[in-house]
Design a protein around this ligand. Structure first.
Ligand code: ADP
Ligand code: 5GP
Length: 211
């Protein structure tokens, strides 16, 4: 059996654009795709489980992982530390699955540097007004937080230019389908299929030698 490296798909979006909703649907629909569980110093929200949404850790533990070189990328977001463990990639490789990373724009930039073969996707809300409506509709944040998230979205949006793909999350079903198509395309990249293709090539060489 030839070695199969995971396809790595990195998704970023301003808060409220619908990233969690879209990722949950894509993960439900696509076998062989695993969510990369990040480490964070943020406390769990109601309903969040350790090891499922995040590995919830103390700041000292996070800094230890970071200083020991055990993180693929890390960033401070809204005053908390977030990072992707290198172990996620190794585990995905061992399991033969692909990896979906949910990271902010700083994290995506680091993944791009260290793993140029990773595919990056930016999800945009359809407009300022719709983002405002979604943030309020979610009912998770107080007024000041909504205002802060809207301002942050305005600063973050221009980052879409540095991503391989951008999807405007207008219709949810269409957005989910678009991301699924990107995952499928990532799985067909030559960098991803090369080992298998070389194994195919070898069967031709050995057939030629025995003829
Ligand atoms: P994020 O993870 O990007 O912060 P969420 O997934 O929590 O965003 O979505 C924010 C809100 O917008 C949620 O209430 C969600 O149900 C809603 N939402 C997401 N995508 C759409 C869409 N395409 N159309 C309408 N509402 C949406
Ligand atoms: P939340 O606390 O709302 O789950 O996430 C806040 C922000 O942190 C989101 O933009 C999310 O993409 C980002 N984030 C989550 N995990 C990671 C990670 O491992 N690394 C980086 N750089 N950002 C992350």
């Amino acid at each position: 059996m030839s070695e199969r490296l995971p396809s790595v798909i990195v998704v970023s979006a301003p808060s409220g654009a619908g990233k969690s909703t879209v990722l949950a649907r894509v993960l439900d629909d696509m076998p062989g795709l695993r969510f990369s569980v990040s480490h964070t110093t943020r406390p769990p929200r109601p309903g969040e489980r350790d090891g499922v949404e995040y590995h919830f850790v103390e700041r000292s533990v996070f800094e230890g992982l970071r200083d020991d070189g055990k993180l693929l990328e890390w960033a401070e977001v809204h005053g908390n530390l977030y990072g992707t463990g290198l172990a996620e990639h190794g585990q995905a490789r061992a399991e033969g699955v692909d990896l979906l990373l949910d990271v902010d724009v700083q994290g995506a930039a680091q993944v791009r540097e260290k793993m140029p073969e990773a595919v990056t996707v930016f999800i945009l809300p359809p407009s300022y007004e719709v983002l405002e409506r979604r943030l309020r509709g979610r009912g998770q944040d107080d007024e000041a937080t909504v205002k802060r998230r809207l301002a942050a979205a305005g600063r973050e949006l221009h980052a879409f230019e540095r991503y391989d793909y951008a999807i405007v999350n207008d219709d949810l079903g269409a957005c989910v389908e678009a991301l699924k198509s990107i995952v499928r395309a990532a799985r067909c990249r030559v960098s991803h299929v090369a080992e298998r293709a070389r194994a195919v090539e070898r069967t031709f060489k050995s057939a030629k030698e025995s003829n």
